[in-house]
Ligand binder design. Structure first.
Ligand SMILES: [Zn+2]
Length: 354
């Protein structure tokens, strides 16, 4: 019997000892069960984080302070209301002004998957800038605007995108916690829009962002393109250009023409530039063509979704602020907030918002 014959003989069940197959299988089974128990134990110890149930997130709102009926939204609460685990929040005010901050968060909850697709970087200090603007509004108007703040890092969720672009894969389990924050942010935004519609003839949403480009210009995005804004303004009245903008409600109200609202003496861009902060569009800057790698932001998902272009009377624009002289240091933020709110007040009064 050569070597091969010996192996062949063992493979033949008839030649095996009676206990050969059973003992081996039992050892393998015990080994597998032990490994399974160790893995389960490790899984429990390493992943103690709570997972929110997306279907129950409405019940998780935590109200920090009660408020007067004037700053309550029945479906949400009153005053300052937090979403699940404080990931997003709304501060309900009494003015027809809504400030949203989608890219100023820095929290990275472990239960949220990491995005790998799209823009992942935050707009640094936009949360602080918005709070400075809020302070100035309170000083100047004696009342509060409504704020919707996102505290989650953009590497986890992008609030200024449609739901299917907010995370890599909206179906995957990995991103369901991320989408809880997303759903709450937009639930707050829809509720705030409806609330303002019921209380005021019209309102204004300012979506606060920060850009990293070197042109040092405040970009105001009304959902009109750079070529449209740089075209001959005398032709605007004869077109439906205002209907494509997210200040369609203002133009339809007859308080300002599109030309007055965008590049007139009392437009936001013109007023900001007069106060030392170059802005586009404005009377002073009719051509944005600066360095070739600078991009003009026409506006994004938030201003487009809640602005008056589609329906309603909530006008909206995206405000892209530069870092130097505006966002990067506290004294800059306070100074910009002051000048912005001064400009905003003039614009709101002329536009008939107040
Ligand atoms: Zn942004």
């Amino acid at each position: 019997m050569n070597k091969n014959s010996k192996i062949d003989a063992r493979r033949n069940p008839a030649n095996r000892p009676s206990h050969y197959f059973d003992r081996s299988s039992l050892v393998q089974l015990l080994y597998a069960v032990t490994i399974l128990f160790i893995q389960l134990a490790l899984l429990q110890n390493c992943n103690p984080s709570k997972k929110p149930d997306p279907s129950l997130f409405l019940s998780t709102f935590a109200q920090e302070s009660s408020g007067e009926p004037s700053n309550c939204i029945p479906s949400i609460g009153c005053g300052r209301v937090l979403g699940f685990d404080g990931w997003v929040e709304i501060q309900i005010g009494e003015l027809p002004i809504l400030l949203t901050v989608p890219h100023g968060g820095t929290r990275t909850p472990t239960e949220m998957g990491n995005r790998t697709i799209g823009t992942l970087g935050n707009d640094s200090h936009t949360l602080e800038l918005t709070l400075a603007i809020r302070e100035e509004i309170v000083k100047r108007f004696g009342k509060e605007p409504t704020l919707i703040l996102n505290h989650i890092d953009r590497s986890k969720v992008d609030m200024n995108r449609s739901r299917n672009e907010a995370v890599d894969d909206e179906i995957s389990d990995i991103f369901q916690a991320n989408l809880v924050a997303y759903n709450e942010f937009h639930l707050f935004a829809r509720a705030a829009k409806d609330h303002l519609r019921q209380k005021f003839a019209k309102g204004l949403l300012v979506d606060v962002h920060g850009h990293g480009q070197n042109e040092n210009v405040v970009q105001l995005g009304f959902n009109l393109t750079e070529p449209e804004l740089e075209s001959d303004p005398n032709t605007w009245a004869g077109t439906n250009l205002h209907g494509s903008s997210n200040i369609a409600g203002l133009i339809q109200s007859g308080r300002m023409t599109l030309q007055e609202a965008l590049i007139g003496d009392r437009s936001l861009g013109t007023l900001l530039t007069e106060k030392g902060f170059s802005a586009f569009p404005s009377r002073q800057m009719r051509d944005f063509a600066s360095a070739a790698d600078n991009q003009y932001f026409t506006g994004g998902y938030i201003s487009d979704t809640y602005g008056s272009r589609h329906e309603g009377t909530l006008d909206a624009f995206q405000m892209e602020t530069p870092g130097p002289n505006i966002r990067d240091e506290e004294n800059f933020r306070i100074e910009y907030a002051k000048k912005f709110v001064e400009s905003l007040q003039t614009f709101l009064e002329v536009g008939g918002y107040l």
